[in-house]
Design a binder for this molecule. Structure first.
Ligand code: DX5
Ligand code: ZN
Length: 224
């Protein structure tokens, strides 16, 4: 039996002093680092590439959960794996050959994730759910940190949980965008396993405590 996971999103970290922010997360109750890669094409923003991920890997004592908000992610999967990604998540909307792309990720030894934009229905994953290690439901439109949680995500979590249960799949449900103490309990009760939190952690007065609070929420227990 295992509790939900908390993955601080480093997009909201201080890039002038990554060492300090990584030391904070290393010494906190957080489980993963969530690492957002944006290409300025799939999303209207550019973040950073694999060299920075490699630098982060050198500082991180916890797994890197790499979220690729990029077109043609299949071109870069091996390089992000080499840079240190443990989980590699591609967008459903950017993958015309999703099954092949998931096999490509798994062949590198990484866990394979699929992210869905707010408008994309979870039922589209029904035929492939057993091949997915993690589904990342976007609870904001991807591209920026600090946005407001879209409440329609809650019924999506419940529906996805049903699909996972029916298929007896090991898939984790991750929620990304606008997550904080104000909504985390509802999100967990709906069936989420992983909370991504950027602003609510790094902009908090006490980020270590913010992580501990997110981790401490009752939520659901899931079996692994
Ligand atoms: C949004 C990113 C998120 C973002 C979350 O495009 O995928 O991971 O960093 O940031 P907050 O928690 O501030 O909404
Ligand atoms: Zn993300």
């Amino acid at each position: 039996m295992k509790k939900h996971l908390v993955a601080p999103s480093v997009l909201a970290a201080n890039f002038a002093n990554l060492e300090a922010d990584f030391a904070m997360v290393n010494n906190s109750e957080a489980d993963w680092y969530h690492v957002d890669i944006m290409d300025g094409r799939f999303v209207p923003n550019i973040s950073f590439g694999m060299d920075i991920v490699k630098t982060m890997k050198g500082l991180a004592e916890k797994p890197l959960d790499v979220h690729l908000m990029i077109l043609e992610p299949e071109k870069y999967i091996e390089r992000f794996r080499d840079a240190g990604a443990e989980v590699i998540t591609v967008h459903y909307e950017a993958c015309p050959h999703l099954h092949r792309t998931l096999q490509q990720i798994k062949a590198t030894g990484a866990k394979a994730g699929v992210a869905l934009n707010p408008h994309t229905d979870v039922s589209l994953l029904e035929g492939i759910i057993e091949d997915i290690d993690l589904v990342c439901l976007m609870s904001v439109n991807p591209g920026f940190g600090g946005q407001k949680f879209i409440y329609h995500t809650i019924p999506k979590i419940k529906k996805l949980k049903e699909i996972i249960t029916i298929h007896n799949a090991p898939t984790l449900i991750e929620i990304d965008g606008g997550v904080g103490l104000q909504n985390a309990e509802k999100i967990l009760q709906a069936g989420a396993d992983v909370l991504v939190a950027g602003s609510s952690v790094f902009k908090a007065k006490n980020p270590t405590e913010a992580i501990a609070q997110l981790k401490g929420i009752g939520g659901q227990i899931f079996h692994v």
